[in-house]
Design a protein around this ligand. Structure first.
Ligand SMILES: NC(=O)c1ccc[n+]([C@@H]2O[C@H](COP(=O)([O-])OP(=O)(O)OC[C@H]3O[C@@H](n4cnc5c(N)ncnc54)[C@H](O)[C@@H]3O)[C@@H](O)[C@H]2O)c1
Length: 300
């Protein structure tokens, strides 16, 4: 088992992707704090308690877990999430920042509250939990952080400027933390997961249907478990994805082409040279749909 004796916090792990990650960590021997406020998909309240269900699932498998109900978006409450690991299991080795909500609208219809709420849970929530956990990891000279990002932040997605901005921000946190903390035995990586989670109920025609096996949200867990292990000590500041039954490694942004003139260029000089230098390099935007050939390839 890759994570025997390790202690993990997985935020938003009462459902979906987070639940799959928590179960994967527990199956590898980690003790897990199952944090989840049990809110609706838009972050508004419900009376549900998914955290305790996942704790029971882990215990039924012979593992160890405790529930925690604090919100990642509140700085003081986030301290309690990390304290819950220390108080229950004596330390924190692994932090998976996964909690998330959606308030999809195009920019012309999006309210300020839709922006603040989504940034608050994803970006501020990730920073909050990191801010409380990373000093403890630095003190013990060991830690693993996996931040859950999304293609919406890596490539853009229609109607998700709040979510895409938060997920792109999480990429920035990941790269900066990886640079700051690598020398203390801590790795910080990101993963863009996939899976038909409770969103399945909102997709027309999918109501009440089992997701196809390649869309199972539990498929994200094994890669996160590996990144959370001592075996992945040399993997830092990387961005992974999950596509069907496969895992991918994303390229990071690098300059691709350059227009140059000693002393600088005027707007009309840029206009005269733009196409010649940049046109063939302009990048596609948005998340590419999986082509039929890719799907066939995956089945092999
Ligand atoms: N499902 C996908 O295909 C997909 C794709 C890309 C990224 N993601 C990311 O994966 C993560 C999980 O998404 P999911 O699809 O499992 O969604 P989900 O709605 O099934 O699960 C998210 C969980 O987070 C909890 N949560 C929300 N706000 C919280 C807060 N403030 N504090 C603590 N818990 C909170 C919710 O109660 C919920 O149980 C998110 O970060 C999401 O952006 C998912």
């Amino acid at each position: 088992m890759l994570l025997q004796g390790k202690v993990a916090v997985v935020t938003g792990s009462g459902r979906g992707v987070g639940r799959g990650i928590a179960l994967a960590l527990a199956k590898e021997g980690a003790k897990v704090v199952i944090n989840d406020v049990g809110c609706g998909i838009d972050g508004r309240g419900t009376a549900e308690d998914p955290a305790v269900q996942v704790v029971n699932e882990i215990k039924a498998l012979g593992g160890d877990a405790v529930p925690n109900y604090d919100s990642v978006s509140d700085f003081k409450a986030a301290a309690n999430i990390i304290k819950s690991a220390v108080n229950s299991f004596g330390r924190i080795d692994i932090l998976v920042n996964n909690a998330g909500i959606l308030r999809d609208k195009t920019i012309v219809k999006m309210e300020e509250d839709d922006f603040d709420a989504v940034i608050g849970v994803h970006l501020k929530g990730t920073w909050n939990c990191g801010r409380h956990a990373l000093p403890l990891m630095r003190e013990q000279g060991y830690g693993r952080v996996i931040n859950i990002t999304s293609s919406a932040g890596l490539r853009g997605n229609f109607g998700q400027s709040n979510y895409g901005a938060a997920k792109a921000g999480i990429m920035g946190l990941t790269l900066c933390w990886a640079l700051e903390l690598g020398r203390y035995g801590i790795t910080v990586n990101a993963m863009a997961p996939s899976g038909l989670t409770r969103m399945v109920g909102t997709i027309p025609g999918m109501e009440g249907k089992e997701p196809p096996p390649e869309m199972n949200a539990d498929l994200n867990g094994p890669m996160v478990a590996y990144l959370a292990s001592e075996r992945a000590a040399n993997v830092n500041g990387q961005i992974f994805g999950r596509r069907g039954f496969g895992y991918t490694l994303f390229q990071q942004l690098r300059p691709l082409a350059m227009m140059y003139k000693p002393g600088g260029l005027s707007p009309s000089e840029i206009a005269a040279n733009f196409d010649g230098v940049f046109l063939e390099h302009l990048q596609p935007i948005g998340i590419p749909q999986m082509r039929r050939d890719d799907k066939k390839e995956e089945k092999k």
